[in-house]
Ligand binder design. Structure first.
Ligand SMILES: [Zn+2]
Length: 280
């Protein structure tokens, strides 16, 4: 184990929806095509010198346009934890899809960490194709560009350390510049996988979520998650509602999970083969 200081990591569920299984798995995971819930999260990291918000979620407009149920505005969810938007000095965008980058303009003091490839993709020529842009929202992308012109975007390329015990790692696949976040916690090194694996089945079965830009990179990303984590149970999917029952909830708020305490019981990743190659 390294000597990096340990941080706390909260998963905050702010929205949900239910849609047919076939919309969530490319390979046809469930032949019955039943309804499948999807949860939307932000993640808040408390480290020894401050706060890192991982993704900014979406608000009422996007929820209405896309038929999602907004349980609470992301800023209200943060306020319930005693955190105001102005307090956030660092935002990591795992990628720029509408459900991850929808409120960037509402964090006036934040430096925003985003992969260069993601910026180039979201504001680049591929967006003339509806199939490429459907998970992006032009208002959000414009907000990111405004933040860039404000000098508050910090573009990164590949894997970078942010603070002691906190690092980002380029995975790609689902979107060109998808990055995951590794955090040193009391439970071990934990990986906020975001959309590198939407659900537990995604990485367990190698069955992609059907929003893709590079299939091989996406599939390689599954092993990458487990190279980075100390334990397969510490890889946290981006949209699986079972995270709410597997990890301990903050007292009084069942939609806020204390990931840094580790899961209460083994997760569906418990039996996942760990890759031979491990990230130091
Ligand atoms: Zn997503």
């Amino acid at each position: 184990m390294t000597q990096a200081p340990h941080s706390e990591v909260l998963a905050i569920k702010y929205a949900e929806t239910v849609s047919p299984d076939r919309e969530h798995f490319l390979m046809g995971h469930d032949p019955h095509d039943g309804p499948h819930p999807i949860s939307y999260f932000l993640w808040l990291i408390r480290h020894e010198n401050g706060l890192v918000l991982v993704d900014t979620g979406f608000g009422e407009r996007a929820a209405a346009e896309r038929g999602r149920t907004l349980l609470r505005d992301p800023l209200d969810a943060l306020a319930s934890l005693g955190v105001q938007a102005e307090d956030i000095e660092t935002v990591v965008l795992t990628h720029m899809h509408y459900d991850h980058a929808g409120s960037v303009g509402r964090f006036p003091n934040a430096t925003v960490i985003v992969q260069e490839r993601e910026l180039a993709y979201a504001a680049g020529p591929a967006m003339r194709h509806p199939a490429c842009r459907k998970a992006f929202d032009v208002e959000d992308v414009t907000d990111v560009v405004r933040t860039l012109y404000d000098g508050r975007i910090y573009p990164v390329s590949g894997d970078r350390h942010l603070f002691p015990g906190i690092s980002v790692h380029l995975v790609g696949g689902h979107s060109k510049g998808l990055q995951v976040v590794r955090v040193e916690t009391d439970a071990g090194r934990l990986v906020i996988a975001s959309d590198a694996t939407h659900f537990y089945e995604t990485a367990m079965e190698g069955d992609p979520f059907p929003v893709l830009c590079e299939m091989p990179a996406y599939l390689e990303g599954f092993d990458r998650l487990f190279e980075l984590a100390d334990d397969p149970n510490l890889v946290v999917p981006g949209h699986d509602e079972r995270v709410l029952s597997l990890f301990p909830a903050l007292p009084g708020d069942p939609n806020v999970l204390e990931l840094h305490k580790g899961p209460l019981v083994p997760t569906p990743f418990a039996g996942r083969r760990m890759p031979v190659v491990r990230e130091p």
